[in-house]
Design a protein around this ligand. Sequence first.
Ligand SMILES: [Zn+2]
Length: 284
Amino acid sequence: MRLNPFNTDNIRVRQGGRGGFPGGGGGKVGCGTIIIAIIAALVFGVDPAQMIGGMQQMDQTGRTTGQATQSQNEAAICNQNAYAAEGCAALDSLNSTWRPLFQQAGITFRDPELTYYQGGTNSGCGSAQSAMGPFYCPADEGIYIDTSFFDQMARQLGAGGDFARVYVMAHEYGHHIQKLTGVAAQIRSAQQQNPRVANQLQVRMELQADCYAGVWAGINRDRIEPGDIEEGMRAASAIGDDALSGGRANPESFTHGTSAQRMQALRAGLQAADDTVCDQYMRF
Ligand SMILES: [Zn+2]
């Protein structure tokens, strides 16, 4: 996909601190830091002195103020590797695509915040570990990605290519849309009221996020290059619940949908290039 280079004025991006435990990595250095660092060292087997050093560094960056410095920091975070730069460019395009659609619909729009991290970090939803894969946290409206996931996706799932990667970003962004429209909260309360169908409702959420990813790509159709659609379909197929479980899992345990469902959802969004097509996943 031919994306414009990212513009830091149009995105919110930050670097997650090391950690992955509640209360740590926030960049606040005080008496508690040493205790937290030692606990973390016990859990994660790192040298406490090294960790405290890391936190102090984080505190200094946290204290830097001013728009220019902020923008420089964001540029450095985006430019840390090719995947990060590509993700920032995708986020820029996603913001530019979705913001006017929300304005037209009269729904308040807020940009999500993208956090890149290595290994582990904290999120508004608790600790994050790379093994969890990219995710969206509704509590802090943040997308969390360890870019090493993209190498894994290519090597272990056979889902490489730039479009496969931006599809992942666009899918997480789809969850942000669900937060802003209120769909996420409605599904959450329906799941609590009826735990028996919690997984089925989760599948609908995931398919709608796939569909929104397709809508973004469909609206930016002129940016799509030969091979992109195939990359997206291969990725959607590779991360289907049936594919990931090697066909062994009980369909009732599915939370993201089958390969066929995920491909269909991405395709539906792509072809329609209109977000209302994604309402179908919330019709009961
Ligand atoms: Zn998802």
